[in-house]
Design a protein around this ligand. Structure first.
Ligand code: FE2
Ligand code: FE2
Length: 227
């Protein structure tokens, strides 16, 4: 329980500080754009490799989920541009970020070479945890976001509504597969791993923005179709 609160607390500090700080905000939005794009690809991959096990109602929700995440990636890309930056996809930070989210991280977590080798409820449980973190993160960001950024706020509110829906349908799916205990076990596991790395987490949170690898460059990039 203590681990859970520490985990939630640290995530909240990270999101709130980043959203409030104009130097860190473009980087935060860029990392969210990459995560959202990667999230879409991951759900799409699960849908493809598990077609035979997915009932129609769940498939419809997953299709909607995939297009929601594409839209979210576009929203965050635009939010970065509104701050006067563009996402530097060639940066080391971008490459690191892409390998630490989405399908690659899910394969590592489930210790499989292909998502097809992991049970569907386990994959859905991992997605649900990511969505829960997203909901918590977006709520923090919305609380900390300066009030004059009205366009970004409205867009973020619509993202949050989608994420809440993702949490609801995935919770229903895990009930349907009688696998809610899988989520609880993963949640404890991920939080205890994070707890073991607490030193690194604190170091990351307290590092000045100028010393962090950046996902963004100042200026506008004309070609927005890369994400
Ligand atoms: Fe999303
Ligand atoms: Fe989502």
């Amino acid at each position: 329980m203590l681990q859970h609160y520490l985990f939630v607390g640290f995530t909240a500090i990270y999101y709130s500080q980043s959203a409030a700080n104009p130097q860190r905000r473009p980087h935060l939005f860029a990392s969210l754009a990459l995560q959202e794009a990667e999230g879409s690809r991951t759900v799409d991959r699960i849908r493809q490799v598990k077609t035979a096990e997915i009932p129609l109602w769940l498939d419809e929700q997953m299709q909607r989920h995939i297009s929601d995440e594409v839209r979210h990636a576009q929203i965050f890309t635009k939010a970065v541009e509104r701050e006067g930056y563009f996402i530097d996809l060639d940066s080391e930070a971008a490459q690191q970020s892409l390998s630490s989210v989405g399908e690659g991280s899910m394969r590592r977590y489930h210790q499989v070479d292909d998502l097809a080798a992991a049970p569907l409820p386990s994959l859905l449980a991992s997605v649900l945890l990511a969505e829960e973190m997203g909901v918590r993160g977006f709520r923090c960001i919305l609380r900390a976001l300066p009030s004059d950024l009205t366009v970004t706020r409205t867009a973020l509110e619509s993202v949050l509504r989608d994420e809440e829906r993702h949490v609801r349908y995935l919770t229903d799916a895990l009930r349907y597969f009688r696998a809610t205990s899988v989520v609880d076990a993963y949640r404890r596991d991920i939080e205890s791993k994070m707890f073991k790395d607490l030193g690194k987490v604190v170091e990351f949170l307290t590092k000045p923005a100028t010393e962090r690898p950046s996902l963004v460059q100042p200026g506008q990039k004309p070609d927005l179709s890369l994400i």
